[in-house]
Design a binder for this molecule. Sequence first.
Ligand SMILES: Nc1ncnc2c1ncn2[C@@H]1O[C@H](COP(=O)(O)OP(=O)(O)OP(=O)(O)O)[C@@H](O)[C@H]1O
Length: 324
Amino acid sequence: MTSSTETTLAELEQRAAARRDRPSYGHDALIACDRLVRIFSTDGVEVQALQGLDLLVTEGELMALVGASGSGKSTLMNILAGLDVPTAGSAKVAGCDLLAMGQKERLRYRRDVVGFVWQQTSRNLLSYLTAAQNITLPMQLRGGGRNRERAARAEALLEMLDVADCRDRRPAQMSGGQQQRVAIAVALANNPSVLLADEPTGELDSATGEQVFAAFRRANEELGTTIVIVTHDQAVADEVRRTVAIRDGRTSSEVLRRTEVDAATGKESQVAREYAMLDRAGRLQLPAEYTEALGMEHRVVLELEQDHIGVWPDAPKEQGASKE
Ligand SMILES: Nc1ncnc2c1ncn2[C@@H]1O[C@H](COP(=O)(O)OP(=O)(O)OP(=O)(O)O)[C@@H](O)[C@H]1O
């Protein structure tokens, strides 16, 4: 064997070893969805609600999910809540594998790892219990702890979310916004790693919606809970640092917001930037308005430049080309 061949083999081995040692996708994320697929079959008709969705959420994030009706947001939330099981792919939340969990583990997951707040206030609270009783119920169901400790936690949550005055009221005696804030307290009762909310401000006017969103923010800041909110509410989507858009069952783009300080004036301003998602296979979803504007269809030409990749429409048909 020549020395150059030996070098090549050694290099290949090195590369293979480096690939083996590379940390797995999303190893440090609290929520890691990898090529998630959910197919519903009704009367022989298949609907692909999720079509290979990738999503990583880091611990401590407060983020929003947006998307047109039917794009797959609720399907994803139901999977993350442990209420539905994906058809394929992988989904891990706080180390729990959502595809491999047995019934017992699933119950424990729903009780201890995730909390949820739904749009319909009636789905969040039991109508015959007071706010304080609604909050202590999940703690009682989990068992352990003393009555006094549970009552103290309920009180602390009610105060943190600014609804201490609702302590002894039943849901019918509270406003919609108060009910949703108490619902957040119920979801936080067992100190979950993740709080999921599906359109939590959907039934509220904008001022009340803002108060409810402020309650989520406080839970995120004071307890460090990771929060994912599905919303159509632009005010909510604009206030979080990261908004991920879902299109046709896949994450298609995301907006990141950060605060910039002007060096000269010291003035702070919010800067938002939209990114397209690049999946692990190198696939990129181009916005329909971009591809339509340039008549891009089926095929595009790619050019690698030093610091970017150019995407061009397919070469125009030659003038006077022979007709068949
Ligand atoms: N249980 C089900 N059986 C059959 N099809 C379903 C089921 N649940 C959802 N789908 C379909 O899956 C697709 C995604 O639905 P999903 O409810 O997740 O969308 P969404 O983005 O939450 O919409 P919306 O904003 O209107 O709630 C839709 O085409 C929907 O009709």
